[in-house]
Structures are given as C-alpha cells and as structure tokens.
Write a protein that binds this ligand. Structure first.
Ligand SMILES: [Fe+2]
Ligand SMILES: [Fe+2]
Length: 428
C-alpha cells in the first residue's frame, strides 16, 4: 500500500490543530477552576498539577516574588513523593535573586520562557548554572526543564513556574517541545492573575492577624501561618485515612488553612489587662478569656461563604477537648446577650476542623517561647501529645499528626518567630 505524503501531512496538521484547540479549551476550563480557589498554597498546588498534566511532566516547582526575591513556594515530584503525598519538601525555605545566576532568576528578570533539553549540559554561553542541590539531596535526576515567568495582565511578574522531566504518551522519558513551551507560557500568563489574587487574600488575612497581634503578643503572623499549615497537612493525612475523595480533600484543605489562621481573632475583643498579663490568669480572668471563642465565631456571623462558616466553626471549637472537659461547650445561641458557658462537647460532637486546630494550636504553643514559659523540648512535647491522645485530643488526629511529623518540623522551620517580633518592638 502506498501512502500519499501530502495527504499524510494534511492529516497530521489537522491533528495538531485539533490538539491545540483541545489544549486551549482545557486551559479555559482550568482557569474556571482556579478562580474558585482561595488559599495561595491550594492554588499553587492546582496550577502546578495542571501545568504538569498539560505537558505530561514528572515534577515541577513554583517560586513567588516577595520583597524582590524569588521565594521557593511549591513543589511536586511524582517519582519522589507520589501524586497525593504530603511532603516536607513543600515547606523548604529557599530564596533566589532575580538575576542571571539561576534559571528561575533569569526567567523572572527577562520575562522570557526557557526550554532546556538537559540541565546538566547547558548550551555554551548560557548565563546561569543549574543548581543541583535538590538532586544531590534527594537522589532525583533533573533532565529537561521548561520555565515560564508568571506575568499578570497588568505586566507584574509574580513568580516563575518550572516544569521538569516530561514523559511520552507511553510513559517513557521525553524532552520538551517548542509547542510545550508556548502552552506553558500561555497557561502561566493566565494563572498569574489568579496567583496574585490569592497572594492578596493571604496578605489581608495576615494584616488582620497583625491587628490581633497588637492586642495579644502571642497571636503572631508566624504562629497563624504555622497553625494554618499544620492544620492543612494534618487534615490531608487524616482524610486520606478516611478514604475521602481527592477533590473533596483539596477543597476542604484550601479553606481549612485560611480558617485555621483565624482561630483566635476573637481575642481582639478581650481586655488588655487579661491579654497582656505576664502571669497566669486567675479564675475570673480565665472565664472572660474563654469567651474569645464565642466572640471569634460571631465575627463570621453572616456566613456568606463556606470559608466564613468554617472560620466560625474553628473559632468556636478550637478549645473543646475530646474527653468533654474543654470550652465553651454546648450553647444554644451564641448571639444571646449574656449566657453561661455550656457543658463541654465530647468526641465527634466537636467538628473535625476544631479537633485538628486544637492539636495544631497547642503543639505550637508548647514548642514556642512565650513570656511566661520557655519552649518545651521535642521529647517532652511529643510525650505530652501522646499522653493526651483520647483525653485532650482526638486519637485519629494525633495519629495523623505523628505520621507526618517530618512535615510538621519543616513547617516550624519555615515560619520562624523573628519577623513578627519586629512589629512588636516597633509598636509604642
Ligand atoms: Fe484560642
Ligand atoms: Fe493560637
């Protein structure tokens, strides 16, 4: 049988055109999905996943620009962590200058996307070098990289996305094509505005927490970031064990990180005499303090969104205890004028988000320095948490927490206490 080369070419061109249309349709559908994601980490996770699916890539990372430097912000690596695994590498702290010395720095500086067939054999005259620290540390072998700057519609570069090691349709190692480069660049431009919006949401939340910090020096931005991240990752691990569907996990994790950050917002309504008392509170003072849970929940009274509802739920329940000895307990109507606290909720009467934030908040308080106490050692903290499993804490939540303890430690290292103390010393 003979084949007519012209008709063959025609067929392959129309196949290419069809696949371009498919890719563009897919990008539009993805953009719709991205517009519903509120938290910046959840958004980066989805952006990276979709960019990798578009180009059938094994791994990738995203750097975001903060204070004029590129901050390592998200990573995927199917070979090393699997598709839905929780990884401590997510919370690595690495920064790069926006300059010619690194691949991501170069893409951010020039605004140009890059296609490199093999990063260990860069073309002569390439201004940057490939930093192989991650490969050395993990045993991974990076080959082909696509990098695209994330530039918003009003021309602001918010970061860089890198996609690594593509595979062919039958799963074999492949190299990126110029078509992949165009696709990633187009996708990156569209994703950049969604990322900028999510970064602004995170900023607004941190600003609210800074207001709270001016009243209560314990409630710092880094404490909120840590509690939000601990809660999100413990929830992820817990829900995998419960067999919850992947999409539902992602949706809830997105909201949970933000809502957990706001757990103590109700403290803005508590008197300075109590909040700033540099000693243990007496019985009456502690009673007043306990109302911060109810006052916090009231802040989200209108519950215009799922996020408001979850924030109210966490504010109200983060001091309940599994064995029923927590507060504020069962209250019919939290909007009444004056009322006593109720009998403590017990076990699964406490919503899961409250059970998770209870552990995240206590863990962070124990390992942190506070005016009235030195940080507890790792051993003491872990043995206390194990001892309180089934008493203060839900045993299944303790198990999830311990199963990802390396991630918990990485979060603690990423969000350290120093930046927020600057705000405190600057205040009159
Ligand atoms: Fe609290
Ligand atoms: Fe707290």
């Amino acid at each position: 049988m003979t084949v007519n080369p012209a008709s063959q070419q025609g067929k392959s061109e129309s196949k290419d055109a069809q696949s371009d249309v498919d890719s563009c349709t897919r990008i539009l559908q993805v953009m719709e999905k991205l517009s519903h994601i509120k938290d910046v980490d959840a958004l980066l996770d989805e952006v990276l996943l979709q960019a990798r699916l578009l180009t059938r890539s094994d791994a990738g990372s995203i750097y975001l620009i903060e204070n004029n430097v590129l901050k390592f912000s998200y990573i995927h690596n199917d070979t090393l962590f699997g598709a839905s695994g929780v990884s401590r590498y997510l919370y690595a702290s690495q920064t790069l200058e926006v300059d010619n010395h690194s691949l991501a720095g170069y893409a951010a500086l020039t605004g140009e996307p890059l296609l490199l067939e093999d990063v260990y054999h860069l073309p002569a005259g390439t201004p940057f070098i490939f930093n192989d620290t991650f490969d050395q540390m993990s045993g991974y072998r990076t080959r082909s990289i696509l990098a695209a700057p994330l530039i918003t519609s009003h021309n602001k570069t918010v970061g860089v996305i890198q996609i690594i090691n593509p595979r062919s349709a039958d799963g074999q190692p492949a190299i990126f094509t110029p078509g992949d480069l165009l696709l990633l660049d187009y996708f990156a431009d569209n994703a950049a505005s969604a990322i900028e919006r999510a970064m602004m949401t995170r900023e607004l939340i941190l600003r609210m927490i800074k207001m709270c910090e001016m009243r209560d020096p314990k409630e710092t931005g880094v404490h909120a970031n840590r509690v939000g991240a601990y809660a999100a990752e413990v929830y992820h691990q817990w829900s995998l064990k419960q067999g919850i569907a992947d999409d539902d996990i992602k949706r809830q994790k997105d909201l949970l990180r933000i809502a957990a950050m706001l757990h103590d917002l109700g403290k803005v309504a508590i008197s300075d005499l109590i909040l700033k008392k540099p000693a243990k509170l007496d019985f009456e003072e502690f009673r007043v303090m306990q109302y911060h849970t109810i006052l916090g929940a009231r802040l989200f009274q209108n519950q215009a969104s799922d996020l408001d509802a979850l924030s109210a739920e966490i504010a109200l329940n983060h001091h309940e205890k599994w064995d029923g000895t927590g507060y504020p307990g069962k209250i019919d109507d939290i909007y009444q004028d004056q009322f006593p606290l109720g009998a403590g909720k017990q076990g699964e009467e406490i919503p899961i988000a409250g059970r998770i934030v209870a552990l995240a908040d206590v863990y962070d308080a124990l390992v942190s320095q506070r005016v009235y106490k030195a940080p507890w050692s790792e051993t003491m903290t872990l043995s206390h948490i194990k001892d309180q499993s089934g008493k203060h804490f839900d045993p299944a939540v303790v198990d999830a927490f311990l199963a990802i303890y390396d991630v918990i430690v990485a979060i603690r290292e990423k969000y350290q206490d120093e930046d927020s103390s600057a705000l405190l010393t600057a205040s009159p």
